[in-house]
Design a binder for this molecule. Sequence first.
Ligand SMILES: *Cc1c(COP(=O)(O)O)cnc(C)c1O
Length: 363
Amino acid sequence: MNRVYNFSAGPSMLPLPVLEKAASELVCYGESGMSVMEMSHRSPDYEAIIADAESMLRKLMNIPDNYKVLFLQGGASTQFAAVPLNLIGRTGKADYVVSGQFSGKAFKEAQKMGYDVKCVATTKDDNFNHIPTVTKDMIRPDASYVHVCFNNTIYGTKYSYIPDTGDVPLVADMSSCILSEPVDVSKFGVIYAGAQKNMAPAGVTVVIVREDLLEYADPKMPTMLEWKIMAENGSMYNTPPCYSIYMLKLVAEWLLSIGGLEEMAKRNKEKCALLYDYLDSQNYYVAPVLEGSRSMMNVTFVTGNADLDKKFASDAAKAGMKNLKGHRSVGGMRASIYNAMPREGVEALVAFMKKFAEENPKA
Ligand SMILES: *Cc1c(COP(=O)(O)O)cnc(C)c1O
C-alpha cells in the first residue's frame, strides 16, 4: 500500500525520512541492544537522546539561555490548567484573548478554577474569521499574563504580529504552528505546544518558559503540573514520554538538516500560497478567513453546499488525499499542511480542487 497525502489536523504527517530512521532503529537502538521504547529513562543512551532533543530545539528556535525547555505529558489541554496554576501567583489575575475554540477552552479552564480572569478581546461574533487586534491598553497592567493561541487550528487563522503586552508576560499556545517558521522567543513569557501537529507523535508537550516566571505557582497545585519541579528535574520528575521525545529529536534533526526554520518557513509559505492563490482566483470555493489572518498550516475553505463539501472530502480520500473534512464544529474543508506535507501533496490537492469544481457544477 502506498502512503497517502494526509491532511489531518493532528495527529498528522511526519517527515518520511524521520519515519524511516525510526524504523531502522526501532528494534535495536545503536549499540544498546534494545529499542528506545524499552530503555530506562535514566540510562546514558536515553539521557543523550533527551539532551539532544533539547539542544536541537534550542538551536532551531534560537531559545535564549534564560528559558527552560520542558518535555511534559497531558497535551496542550493540560497546559490550559497548568498555565494559570503556575503563573497566577504573580498578581492574582489573568487576561485572555479568545480567537477560537482552543483559546476559549483555555479561558474557561482558568475561569473554572475561580481565578479573576478576563477575556480582553474576541472575534467570536465574526465566527472567528480573523485574529483580533490586541493592543497594550486593552490589557490590565496588573495581569499575571496574557494568553493567546497563536494559530487557530480549527478556523485556520494565525497572528501575523506578536501582541505588545508591555511588562505583562505573553503566553502562547503554539501547538499547530511551532517550528513552522522562526519566532522571536524573547517576546514571550511562555510558549507551549502539544507535539502531534508539527513536532512528534502525540504524547509529549513542549513548554518553553522564562526562568523568572517559575516563582509564582499556586502552592496547592499538583506537583506534576508545576513547571519549576519539572525544570529542576530535567523533565524527569517521573517517567517522561520517552519515545515521543526521541521522535521529536529525529524531527528536529531533520529540520536542521534541511536548513532550519528559515528554510522551513520558505517552503511553508510557498505551499500555502499555492492554495490561497488558487482560492483567490476562482469563485467555486470560498476561503472564510480574512486576509491578514490566514494560517500557513491550516487552510480552510467551503463550497457553500454541505452535500458538495461531503462529496469533496470523500472523493479526495479516494484519490489519495485523506482527512480534508473540516472540524466537526465548523464543517467545510480544512487542509492541514504542516512541515511534513510535501509541496507535491499541495499541488495534487489544487489539481483535485480544479477537477472537482469542473465535474460538480453548482445547481
Ligand atoms: C490540537 C490543539 C490543542 C489540543 O492539544 P492536545 O494535545 O490534544 O491537548 C490545543 N491547542 C491547539 C492550538 C491545538 O491545535
